[in-house]
Design a protein around this ligand. Structure first.
Ligand SMILES: [Mg+2]
Length: 282
């Protein structure tokens, strides 16, 4: 569909879904986990960060403490406020969880170049690990300017699906950490992208966001086989609901997914349960 102008978006998502399904089929046919056949096992467990959000400093700090209680050593705050509002919540969270917890913030493109730099300088004092999606991803020079101005890392990438889209961003050093979404790139292209990123010394923190349980399982398998993997996104509260289409629950422990020898993606879809969530006529 390139001739129709579709270089990314739903068309690539459809290819990505097919790619993931084929890796699962091959893995299950030969009794090997996807990570073993897609590059090898680089680690025994996948470090996760839990995503939390809100607008009230005390409530977000409370949610942060709750997630540390579940065993997460890393948290990401989704904060859709102005720079001062974001900084205020970040201060409250750092104060509550202490210096030992890894903290990140995602501002969902709500900032400008100047407010991003102002905010980043505040976050540096609080030892935040990355500032995510400060501005729209299409403004590559703007991202590069923010990344250059700050000592802390800038993280972007959930919207881009192919290495062709990302090459210019890497070359211009528009960000420090890449976060492509394996359910949008597929496992095959996801690895090609990570390899290209690695040549620019860029680690990968794969995005999962609201992705379903097959997206979670595919990202775990992919992360196990990615040399420059850093940390994976996770949504603790949504996971049980996502898992309702599986025969067995698929849960992490103490902030990590264990890398297993289960074949394919390591999960089995319960077709009957899946049917109950299908749209009529689909
Ligand atoms: Mg994000």
């Amino acid at each position: 569909m390139r001739e129709r102008g579709h270089l990314t978006g739903f068309y690539i998502d459809a290819l990505a879904g097919t790619d993931i399904a084929l890796w699962d089929v091959v893995g299950k046919a030969i009794g090997k986990p996807v990570h073993k056949i897609a590059g090898g096992r680089y680690r025994e467990e996948i470090l996760l960060y839990a995503g939390i959000g809100g607008t009230d400093p005390a409530k977000v700090a409370e949610a942060a403490e709750e997630h540390v209680g579940y065993g997460y050593q890393a948290l990401k705050l989704h904060l859709l406020l102005d720079a001062e509002g974001v900084a205020e919540i970040c201060r409250a969270v750092r104060q509550r969880v202490g210096p030992g917890i890894m903290l990140m913030v995602d501002t969902h493109m709500r900032q400008t170049v100047s407010s991003s730099i102002r905010l980043g300088r505040e976050l540096e004092k609080l030892n935040f690990t990355w500032l995510e999606a400060p501005i729209i991803p299409d403004d590559i020079p703007g991202q590069a300017e923010i990344t250059r101005a700050l000592d802390m890392a800038v993280a972007i990438g959930e919207w881009t699906r192919t290495r062709y889209e990302m090459r210019e961003q890497f070359e211009r050093r528009a960000y420090d950490i890449l976060m492509h979404d394996i359910a949008r790139t597929g496992i095959t292209e996801g690895h090609r992208i990570a390899t290209l990123a690695d040549t620019y010394n860029i680690p990968v923190a794969p995005h999962v966001g609201g992705g379903g349980i097959l997206s979670v399982a595919a990202t775990v398998e992919w992360s196990a086989s990615c040399p420059n993997f850093m940390i994976m996104e996770h949504a603790p509260h949504a996971n049980a609901m996502k898992s309702r289409i599986l025969k067995e629950p698929y849960e992490p422990e103490n902030g990590y997914y264990k890398v297993t020898d289960r074949p394919g993606l390591g999960v089995e879809v319960d077709e009957v349960a899946l049917e109950t969530y299908a749209f009529p006529g689909s």
